[in-house]
Design a protein around this ligand. Structure first.
Ligand code: SF4
Ligand code: SF4
Length: 511
């Protein structure tokens, strides 16, 4: 067991410096109220800063009416060393002081190369003319759920009717959904903003593993609810309300890991949502204790379909790992109407830093290999392939679709749309912008209507840009673009990556 002793904490240089322009500062104290990290205070004479506490969330600087505050990097506190850089030294000091596992949030921030950035798109010229999206329709609609292998019809006189029983499918106006974020990891106001935006856009929002608060049952038709190893909040009444169910086996930010919401964060609101007593720890085990094989997974999918009377699609989510393609094949054969792959840059409210930064694989590789394997096995139509974990902006969305995803799942981009500054302190529960906090005083800083408007705007902007790129490639329907890897070319340094994704190098022609 790690032991603590007097004086053991190493004095680590502050990462940022809060620079207050004394000429401009009128000592209105607004910054001291806005800082949620105990950095700024009034000493009876002037505003003073405890630089060690600053996380560069920028709340003080944004709210200062005099523009008197600037946050600067304290780089010179760390003499240069290419191997033992600032990050490595901080980890060593922190662990020598605490003897414990370091927690982190947001996504993996190590400078691994982005494969999306090494891919370029084709454009139509001469023989395959481009389409002007302002003058001609380009369809972005898609459907979440299994599709039949073929359609059968009956003909009676002039009347033709569909004979095939269609599995449950959800119509999405655009191939983008909000991924899984629980009430607990994000605030009440942030969750309502997501629901309102999704209603306007015509898409789904994941509830994360925390269940669904009864206040939100009215949003059920746009909710993709998670069934995680802790089974928090899962009961027959709630299952009747939602549009889709997603069994979480793994998550990109913490492959092979469970979850832990400490008792002090289990407020009345969270206890009602997770259906656990107030003040108790919410521990979700690393594995599902009833799933040790594909057959076990099949049992749970079957149970959830029975419980929802085959009304909703039931999906399964895994972290993108080395063997994703084989696992995905098993998931589809087990009856998953949709499968979600979560890449190693996916966000989270809290996870051990070592897992966030070093486990899992890039989403680009997982999408391409899973799509290819399901096509080869003739079962691609039996599932909708969703992908998340570092789909940062519309260009990544387009490339993810071309690699083989039907739908992108996004989380960090919607947090950014709500005003997140990516300070990576979500696990501390004191988000100064009211997004990743359960403190009602901070949560109310996020205006629900403004938050919803911004998220809806982001979806509209991505969808418009998707139309633009489809038009430039001469494609009039996003569905015919899915898995069209021949419209991508690789420009990165490692041809092996292109081989794995089955993407040609730039300069190679079609065929
Ligand atoms: S933590 Fe945020 S609000 Fe506090 S001083 Fe730093 S940037 Fe300003
Ligand atoms: S949600 Fe809040 S705490 Fe988390 S990264 Fe964004 S601004 Fe920081």
């Amino acid at each position: 067991m790690p032991e603590k002793m007097e004086g053991i904490r190493i004095e680590i240089p502050s990462r940022y410096k809060v620079n207050i322009d004394r000429e401009k500062c009128k000592i209105c104290k607004r910054c001291t109220i806005n800082c949620t990290f105990d950095t700024l205070s009034f000493n009876g004479e002037r505003i003073v800063a405890d630089h060690d506490n600053c996380v560069a969330c920028q709340r003080c600087s944004a709210k200062c009416p005099q523009e008197a505050i600037t946050i600067i990097d304290n780089q010179m506190a760390f003499p240069f060393h290419a191997a033992y850089d600032e990050r490595i030294r901080r980890i060593g000091w922190e662990q020598a002081s605490t003897g414990g596992v370091m927690l982190a949030s947001c996504g993996n921030d190590l400078p691994y190369p982005s494969i999306f950035d090494d891919l370029v798109l084709d454009a139509a010229q001469v023989t395959n003319p481009a389409i002007d999206p302002l003058r001609e329709p380009i369809e972005t609609k898609c459907f979440l759920g299994a599709k039949p292998a073929k359609l059968e019809f009956t003909e009676t006189g002039d009347e033709i009717t569909l004979k095939t029983n269609l599995p449950p499918n959800i119509e999405l106006s655009t191939p983008i959904m909000v991924g899984q974020m629980s009430l607990g990891s994000i605030s009440y106001n942030a969750q309502i903003a997501l629901f309102k935006a999704a209603l306007e856009v015509g898409t789904l929002v994941g509830t994360g593993e925390g269940g669904l608060h009864p206040d939100f049952y009215k949003y059920g038709k746009i909710i993709n609810s998670e069934v995680a190893s802790g089974r928090f909040g899962v009961d027959a009444n709630y299952l009747k309300k939602v549009a889709a169910l997603e069994i979480k086996i793994g998550q990109g930010a913490k492959p092979g890991h469970g979850g832990h919401l400490p008792g002090e964060k289990t407020s009345k609101l969270i206890s009602e949502t997770r259906m656990i007593p107030k003040g108790t720890d919410a521990l979700s085990p690393y594995p599902h204790h009833d799933i040790y094989s594909i057959e076990d997974l099949q049992q749970l999918i079957f149970a959830l379909k029975e419980a929802t009377r085959y009304r909703v699609p039931v999906g399964v989510k895994i972290a993108a790992v080395h063997n994703s393609a084989a696992i995905a094949s098993g998931m589809v054969r087990a009856g998953a109407d949709f499968i979600t792959l979560d890449g190693f840059r996916g966000g989270t409210g809290a996870t051990p830093r070592i897992i966030r930064d070093h486990a899992g694989i890039p989403i680009e590789l997982a999408i391409a290999t899973v799509d290819q394997r399901l096509r080869e096995e003739g079962i691609r139509h039996k599932t909708t392939l969703c992908a998340g974990g570092s789909i940062r902006y519309s260009a990544d969305l387009v490339k993810a679709l071309a690699l083989g995803a039907d739908v992108a799942m996004i989380c960090t981009p919607v947090l950014i749309a709500m005003g997140c500054r990516v300070c990576q302190q979500c696990h501390r529960g004191t988000c100064a912008w009211g997004i990743a906090t359960q403190n009602p005083a901070y949560s109310q800083r996020l205006n629900i209507e403004v938050g919803a408007r911004r998220i809806a705007n982001l979806f509209h902007a991505w969808t418009e840009e998707l139309r633009e790129i489809c038009g430039a490639m001469g494609i009039d329907s996003v569905e015919s673009f899915i898995g069209n890897r021949d419209r991508l070319r690789y420009v990165g340094p490692n041809p092996k990556i292109a081989d794995i994704m089955d993407v040609k190098h730039a300069g190679e022609a079609w065929g």
